[in-house]
Design a protein around this ligand. Structure first.
Ligand SMILES: Nc1ncnc2c1ncn2[C@@H]1O[C@H](COP(=O)(O)OP(=O)(O)OP(=O)(O)O)[C@@H](O)[C@H]1O
Length: 641
């Protein structure tokens, strides 16, 4: 069984789109029923946000049936020859010098049909072209609208005809992250090129005034943005940006947008949009993951002809089952970076023997932003001496990049673009890139520590093996975290691997190391680089991991010990950075040995006086006294990427 899951027999095909499209693209349909359960908060959101969807609904209950058509259109070019999609859009997609695509993916073909009947939710594997799946029909709907006025950028066009206005927005695409919003806008502009359809962005972290000016000057038909900035711009009466003719609202990574962090903004945006009872609108939600709770809410609040397009066939393995995945148990957290380095070196060595292999291009995910920063700094420092002189890097000319919320938006954009272009590289990342980001040719996704939930694991893994390419997934865990990890993800095809990475099992608390020459060399390379990483980065990485590690270990005493080993035998500090006793009490760890507790509102800075490197006696950068921000650091991983 596969397919489009339909919850109603009724299907209102929109008048603006040729009916033939609906029939020619019709996929196999399955009617479906499942028990409705309560989820009041999310239900309220959808109910308030999308009143026309709230007539949910006994009609949605039907016995499963199948209905197949074999003449579905699958080639982009046929959309042009049959006059279904604007010829310029099809040319942009198929032209080898532009996007160069030929055959539609399943989600694209199905969405084209189903959107016409009021599709609300589409689920398809990561990397299967969902972006184009929602852009194509959205743009065609805009173009089909008789009131649509294309922007004429030609130099001979009369001045008045060259722009549309900032209040002409027909479609709004909301994305949970800035990078994803930018990526969608880039793809939208490529698809719309030459059609006169104006695409604009409203993305947090960029200059609001400059962005606004661009929208005001050039006008806008399709606005892509992040929830906060969209709310900001749409609620500013002086901006002139509005959407009285909005006909399409798209939530990309819908399950993430519908989780609690974004509710306030989504509700506020909803209030700024026209009443969907008066201005007919489609609401589309796309994601590779649709957790039960989201499905229940959508189902409970949908309109009668709600459709659920699910292109994950039961006889076909989704990406997260198809990609080979290995779990490596680390002897301690201090082993994590040596293991990442060894993995990269091993791959490079294999590639020397087999030049057919693609260059190593990996994303390494951590749960705390400060860990990302520490890992990137360490790998970066392997390419320089203590006084900053370049030396050969153990990984050669590989690009080392980082991306997370502590960077400015322009730094984040540079990192994302550099990694997109890199042939060989490592991107150390927080979950800011976990969803939707389309970096070409990623060979490895490495997750250090357990991801916060199953969806996060699947989306992170989905950064590799995209568009039918191959890839591999690795998860590096401390033994104390394995039980919780296994409970969350045990049903996925994760193979424990205790052989590939020698450094993972080395007891780094021993002096001297008892390890093979190659493992000793790799650990030493990390330790040497670590000596040049500032104390402050190490302190933040330690504090940033406290809350998360304590939550993911079954035994808190073991978690404290693991962190102590990590800072002393991995970071090379003589003792853990100080934390306030009150903080330790709040975390329920104050009675365990290994912590460096300070009293009062400011820490004693005991570590400050003794921060010389344990490995060499050489000092990391001078520490600063600190007492502030510990809680913020700890919860950073939960509140921001
Ligand atoms: N019909 C197609 N044929 C070949 N490649 C395609 C096709 N459609 C899209 N692609 C390419 O597939 C890649 C993944 O597309 P996209 O980013 O839209 O995937 P996605 O399903 O949104 O993934 P995610 O679930 O991670 O958000 C892109 O590089 C895109 O250009």
């Amino acid at each position: 069984m596969l397919g489009v899951v339909r919850l109603s027999a009724s299907q209102a095909v929109r008048a603006s789109v040729p009916r033939s499209l609906s029939t020619r693209l019709a996929p196999r349909l399955v009617q479906w029923q499942s028990p409705l359960t309560q989820s009041p908060a999310m239900g309220r959101f959808l109910h308030t946000s999308f009143p026309r969807l709230s007539a949910a609904t006994a009609e949605a209950r039907a016995e499963p049936t199948e209905d197949a058509t074999s003449d579905a259109i699958t080639e982009f070019m046929d959309l042009k020859t049959k006059g279904l999609i604007h010829p310029r859009i099809v040319d942009n997609i198929t032209d080898p010098s532009r996007m160069g695509l030929k055959t539609m993916t399943e989600v694209q073909s199905q969405t084209l049909n189903e959107m016409l009947g009021g599709l609300i939710l589409a689920q398809a594997k990561t990397g299967t072209g969902k972006t184009l799946a929602f852009l194509l029909p959205t743009m065609q709907n805009i173009i089909n609208d008789p009131t649509f006025k294309p922007v004429n950028r030609g130099s001979r066009a009369p001045r008045g005809a060259r722009t549309t206005s900032a209040s002409d927005i027909r479609a709004l695409i909301i994305s949970p992250t800035r990078e994803l919003a930018e990526q969608i806008a880039v793809e939208a502009r490529r698809v719309a090129y030459g059609t006169g359809l104006m695409v604009q962005t409203a993305v947090g972290g960029t200059q609001k005034r400059a962005g606004l000016k661009k929208i005001q000057q050039e006008g806008c038909h399709l606005l892509v943005g992040t929830p906060g900035r969209l709310k900001d711009i749409l609620s500013d009466p002086s901006s002139g940006v509005s959407a009285p003719k909005l006909n399409t609202l798209i939530l990309d990574e819908a399950d993430r947008l519908l989780d609690q962090g974004f509710w306030q903004e989504l509700l506020a945006i909803q209030d700024l949009l026209p009443d969907p009872v008066k201005v007919d609108r489609q609401t589309l939600m796309f994601s590779a993951t649709v957790p039960k709770e989201v499905m229940q809410v959508v189902r409970r609040t949908m309109k009668p002809n709600f459709n659920f397009v699910k292109t994950i066939r039961e006889d076909e393995a989704p990406t997260h089952l198809r990609v080979p995945q290995k779990t490596v148990i680390l002897r301690g957290y201090e082993n994590a970076l040596p293991a990442v380095l060894e993995l990269a070196k091993n791959y490079q060595a294999q590639r020397q023997k087999d030049p057919e292999m693609r260059p190593f291009k990996a994303i390494v995910y951590f749960n705390a932003t400060a860990e990302v920063n520490l890992a990137a700094a360490t790998f970066d420092r392997m390419g320089t001496t203590a006084n900053g002189r370049p030396v050969p890097h153990p990984l050669g000319r590989m690009q080392i990049l980082e991306i997370h919320s502590r960077l400015s938006q322009s730094q984040r954009t540079v990192s994302a673009n550099s990694f997109r272009r890199a042939t060989e590289g490592i991107l150390f990342s927080s979950d800011v890139t976990a969803r939707g980001m389309d970096f070409p040719e990623v060979t490895h996704v490495i997750q250090v520590g357990p991801p916060r939930d199953r969806e996060t694991y699947i989306h992170r893994l989905g950064r590799t093996a995209r568009a039918n390419k191959t890839g591999e997934g690795w998860t590096l865990l401390h033994g104390g975290e394995y039980e919780g990890f296994d409970q969350k993800l045990g049903d996925l095809p994760l193979n424990k691997d205790s052989k590939s990475l020698l450094t993972a099992a080395v007891d780094m608390t021993m002096q001297p190391l008892q390890a093979s020459d190659s493992a000793t060399e790799t650990i030493t390379q990390i330790r040497d680089a670590m000596k040049h990483v500032s104390y402050d980065i190490k302190r933040q990485a330690y504090v940033g991991q406290l809350g998360g590690l304590i939550a993911s270990f079954k035994n808190r005493r073991h978690a404290v010990q693991a962190l102590t080993d990590m800072v002393t035998h991995g970071y090379g500090l003589p003792e853990p950075p100080a934390i306030r006793a009150s903080l330790a009490r709040n975390l329920g760890i104050d009675r365990y040995p290994g912590l460096n507790l300070s009293q009062g509102s400011r820490s004693s800075g005991r570590s400050s006086q003794s921060s010389s490197s344990k490995f060499s006696g050489r000092s990391s950068s001078p520490p600063r006294r600190f007492a502030h921000q510990d809680l913020a650091d700890i919860f950073h991983r939960r509140t921001r990427y």
